[in-house]
Write a protein that binds this ligand. Structure first.
Ligand code: AMX
Length: 456
C-alpha cells in the first residue's frame, strides 16, 4: 500500500456512490445535440465524454479539479522557485485533493524507487537499444511504452484469471505509477540515442524527484555530463530543472477530448493495459496538429529574427506579421480552438522568463517571444479573422527549451509525453473504478446522413 493508494481508496466509496446514483436516476438526461455538422466536423465541442481531472473553459483556461494554474501554483507543494512539483499535480489529478508536503515527498520517493535502474524493464532496454538512433523520438517512445506491457500487472493477472471488475483498478493503478516512474530512464535513453550514439548522459538517482531525474538522464544537470552545453552552470541547471517542473506540471492534462487523452481512454476501454493504452495516446500526440506545434514556433521565431534588425523593433515585427498574414499563413503560437483569453499556461511560462531577466535578456529569440505577445494580438485583432488573437501554450515552451540548449526540436514532444501521462492514466484508473464499459459509438454512412437530412 502507498500513501497515494491509501488516499485514493478512502475516497472511492463516496465517488462510486455518486456515480451509481447518476447511473440509476439520470441516464435519460439530455446533454447535447448531435448534428450532421458535428459528425462531419470532428465532433468539435460535443459533450459526450466522461472526464474528471481537468476542464478547459474559454475564459479561465485549464482548471485541474476546479483549480486554475495560479491556484495550483499557490496551493500545491512545490520548489523554492514557486513551481509546484508534477508529483503534487499527479496527486491532485488522482484524488481531487491537494496533497500535503509530506504526501508529495512520499510520492516522489515512491516514484524514484519504482523507476530505479534495477526495476526498469530489461526487455524495454533491449528494444530501445536495438532501434536506429535516428528513428523519430516519438516512435521510440511509443515502442518503448508498448514493450513495457511485458511487465504489466494488469495484463498478467488478467490472463491468469485473477481479476474481477471490482479489482481491475488496483493493477491499473500499479501499472500507472510504474509507467510514470519509468519515464525518466526511458526518456533519457531516447535522448542519448538521438544525441550521443546511445551512450548514457547521466545517472538515475533514487533520492531525486521525477523531474530531476528526467533532467539528469538527458545530461541537462550540472552534476552530470552535459552534451548540449559545455558550460552549463549551476544556476542554469537549477533553472532548467524549474522549467522542467513547470512544463511537466502544467501540461499534465487538458480534459478528455484531445487526441492523446481520448485515444488512451478509448484503447483502455478495451481493457488494454495502461502501457498499451498510453503508447497509443503517444502515437496521437506525435501528430503535427497535436503535440508538434511548439517546434513550429521555434522555427518561426528563429526565422523572423534572421529577417528583422532586432526583436525590439515593433514596427519591423508588425510588418513581418502582416506579410505573413497577407500571404495566407498563420502566426504560429496564436489562436485556440476553445480558449478566448491568453492561455494561462503561456502566462505561467512568460512569468518564468520575467522572473529571470538576466538569464533571458540577451537571448533574442526569447525577447522576440516576449515582445510578440503584446504585438501579435493587436495585429490579429486588426486582421479580424481569428476568434482568439492571444498566445497559446506553444508560443513559449519550445523556445525556452531551445534557450537551455535543447536544440533537437523533435524531442520536445517526448517531454510533453512524459507530462501528459498523468492526466489520461489517472482517468484510466477511475474508468476502472467506475467500471466504464468498452466505448462503441455508432458510425453512420452518407446514405443515412442524406436520409436524415431529407426527413427534417
Ligand atoms: N494566425 C492567422 N490566422 C489565424 C490564426 C493565427 N494564429 N488563428 C486562426 N486564424 C484564422 C483561421 O485560419 C481561420 O481562417 P479561415 O476562416 O480563413 O479558415 C480564422 O482565423 C478562424 O479561425 P478560429 O476559429 O479562430 O480558429 P480555429 O479554432 O479554426 O483554429 C488554431 C485554432 C489553433 C488551429 C488556429 O488558431 C491556428 O492555426 N493557430 C496557429 C497555429 C498554432 O498556434 N497551433 C497551436 C495550437 C495550440 C494547441 O492547441 N496545442
Amino acid at each position: 500500500a502507498t500513501g497515494l493508494k491509501e488516499s485514493l481508496k478512502a475516497i472511492i466509496p463516496k465517488r462510486k456512490e455518486e456515480f451509481l446514483k447518476l447511473k440509476k436516476e439520470c441516464m435519460g438526461t439530455k446533454v447535447d445535440d448531435i448534428t450532421i455538422g458535428s459528425i462531419l466536423s470532428g465532433m468539435r465541442g460535443n459533450r459526450s465524454m466522461f472526464w474528471e481531472g481537468s476542464m478547459v473553459d474559454a475564459q479561465r483556461g485549464i482548471t485541474f479539479h476546479g483549480k486554475t494554474i495560479e491556484q495550483c501554483q499557490r496551493e500545491l507543494p512545490g520548489d523554492e522557485s514557486g513551481n509546484f512539483y508534477p508529483e503534487s499535480m499527479l496527486w491532485l489529478l488522482m484524488t481531487g485533493e491537494v496533497p500535503t508536503k509530506q504526501q508529495t515527498k512520499q510520492l516522489m520517493e515512491e516514484l524514484a524507487v519504482r523507476g530505479s535502474e534495477a526495476n526498469f524493464p530489461i526487455a524495454t532496454s533491449r528494444v530501445i537499444d536495438s532501434l536506429p538512433n535516428d528513428m523519430h523520438p516519438m516512435t521510440q517512445l511509443a515502442i518503448g511504452l508498448a514493450s513495457m506491457n511485458k511487465v504489466s500487472r494488469f495484463a498478467s493477472n488478467y490472463e491468469k484469471g485473477l481479476l474481477n471488475k471490482n479489482n481491475y483498478w488496483e493493477d491499473t493503478f500499479e501499472d500507472t505509477l510504474n509507467l510514470i516512474s519509468f519515464l525518466p530512464i526511458l526518456t533519457g535513453k531516447i535522448y542519448s540515442k538521438i544525441t550521443n550514439d546511445g551512450k548514457p548522459l547521466g545517472k538515475f538517482s533514487p533520492t531525486e524527484d521525477w523531474s530531476s531525474n528526467i533532467c539528469s538522464l538527458m545530461g541537462m544537470s550540472n552534476s552530470t555530463y552535459s552534451v548540449n552545453k559545455n558550460n552549463f552552470n549551476a544556476s542554469e541547471s537549477k533553472d532548467f530543472l524549474s522549467l522542467m517542473r513547470l512544463y511537466t506540471g502544467i501540461h499534465a492534462d487538458h480534459e478528455g477530448g484531445n487526441v492523446s487523452a481520448h485515444t488512451t481512454h478509448l484503447v483502455g476501454s478495451a481493457l488494454s493495459d495502461p502501457y498499451l493504452s498510453y503508447s497509443s495516446g503517444i502515437m496521437g500526440l506525435a501528430g503535427p496538429l497535436h503535440g508538434l506545434a511548439a517546434q513550429e514556433v521555434v522555427r518561426f521565431l528563429v526565422e523572423m529574427n534572421g529577417q528583422i534588425s532586432s526583436p525590439n523593433q515593433p514596427d519591423e515585427i508588425e510588418r513581418y506579421l502582416w506579410d505573413l498574414l497577407n500571404s495566407k499563413r498563420v502566426i504560429p503560437g496564436y489562436g485556440h480552438a476553445t480558449l478566448r483569453k491568453p492561455d494561462p499556461r503561456f502566462t505561467a511560462m512568460l512569468k518564468f522568463t520575467k522572473d529571470r531577466k538576466s538569464e533571458f535578456e540577451n537571448d533574442k529569440n526569447v525577447v522576440l517571444m516576449q515582445n510578440l505577445s503584446s504585438i501579435a494580438p493587436k495585429v490579429l485583432k486588426a486582421h479580424g479573422k481569428c476568434q482568439n488573437p492571444y498566445p497559446n501554450v506553444d508560443s513559449a515552451s519550445g523556445i525556452l527549451f531551445h534557450h537551455y540548449g535543447l536544440k533537437e526540436s523533435l524531442f520536445f514532444t517526448v517531454i510533453f509525453g512524459c507530462s501528459r501521462s498523468m492526466g489520461p492514466l489517472t482517468q484510466l484508473v477511475w474508468d476502472r473504478i467506475y467500471g466504464l464499459p468498452i466505448e462503441r459509438p455508432k458510425s453512420v454512412n452518407m446514405e443515412t446522413l442524406k436520409l436524415l437530412s431529407n426527413s427534417q
